[in-house]
Design a protein around this ligand. Structure first.
Ligand SMILES: NC(=O)c1ccc[n+]([C@@H]2O[C@H](COP(=O)([O-])OP(=O)(O)OC[C@H]3O[C@@H](n4cnc5c(N)ncnc54)[C@H](OP(=O)(O)O)[C@@H]3O)[C@@H](O)[C@H]2O)c1
Length: 266
């Protein structure tokens, strides 16, 4: 972890705040993080963490070496028009869903552009992040981008045509798992379990399932088979899910989200 520059996060909404919190949690010095937003309340909230919060995007661009653009996809064009004169050859990491590198490079002629798809667990450094590099990004720039994004969780470089798929998988994905956790919790509560306990068991089960996959290297099917015994409890649960087409629905969720990402690109 050798990069010594300053990070700028433009847009302090849900994702921008998650990035700031993740960088802070990784030990990146608060004094080397700048954040800007139009909304003063959001800035005040982050300023309490010790980062430099500014309302002027140009001040942020001047002061930062690597700039994360975390505004809504529809605001990217306007935002880049505002800052492009000061970007020069700085590293720009756009996290906007759907906005292709080509469009970012058209605006920022000399900038080194990375397009990334993070997710909200970046705030606790458990993010799943996919990223692609633009044409002016050197090997060293890509290493820096990988180092910075790696502070927020697991970061993988992919070809750009996979980023909309990553949006449907890991960008939107936390919501799919929250939905499952919420549904399981509600059912347990209906059957008499205290909400707090049910939520803790459901969330830890999701975490434990993911951790087991990552740490053992076993396939999901192998792990399903390890939980399921013939005519046992899990089999009954899985049959109920199958009857409702849940596996197919997850595939459809990924594709619908990826399609929406392509639409947002305009
Ligand atoms: N949320 C997620 O889970 C997630 C996951 C992966 C990627 N992303 C991407 O992250 C980006 C931000 O999403 P979000 O959910 O964080 O949205 P958000 O909560 O609406 O945050 C965007 C923030 O940027 C501000 N903003 C807009 N234009 C600006 C400008 N020109 N200068 C300074 N600030 C400006 C907005 O202010 P106003 O509200 O006043 O406009 C808002 O505070 C999107 O492009 C999205 O695709 C989000």
């Amino acid at each position: 972890m050798g990069w010594k520059g300053k990070i700028g996060v433009l847009g302090a909404g849900r994702m921008g705040s998650a990035l700031v919190k993740g960088f802070l949690g990784s030990g990146f010095p608060a004094k080397d993080i700048l954040v800007s937003d139009k909304d003063e309340a959001r800035l005040r909230h982050l300023a309490r963490e010790g980062v430099r919060a500014v309302s002027d995007n140009l001040e942020l661009v001047k002061g930062a070496d690597a700039i994360f653009v975390a505004v809504k996809p529809g605001d990217v064009r306007r935002t880049l028009d505002e800052i492009k004169g000061l970007i020069g050859s700085k590293l720009i990491v756009s996290v906007a869903a759907g906005v292709p590198i080509r469009k970012l490079e058209e605006k920022l002629e000399k900038a080194k552009v990375i397009r990334a798809m993070p997710n909200l667990p970046c705030q606790v450094r458990e993010g799943a992040i996919a990223y692609s590099r633009g044409k002016l990004v050197s090997g060293e720039d890509a290493r820096v981008a990988g180092e910075l994004l790696g502070r927020l969780g697991v970061a993988v470089e992919l070809s750009e045509d996979m980023l909309d798929v990553a949006t449907g998988l890991s960008g939107s994905g936390p919501a799919y798992f929250y939905l499952a956790i919420d549904a399981l919790t509600k059912a347990a509560v209906e059957d008499g379990m205290p909400r707090e306990v049910a939520l803790k068991l459901a969330a830890q089960t999701a975490k434990g399932a993911g951790e087991t996959l990552l740490k053992t290297g076993a396939t999901p099917q192998e792990l399903i088979d390890a939980v399921r015994s013939p005519k046992g409890t899990t089999e009954r649960g899985l049959e109920a899910l199958e009857k409702r087409g849940v596996a197919k629905a997850f595939g459809e969720a990924l594709r619908a989200a990826a399609k929406r990402a392509r639409e947002l690109a305009g």
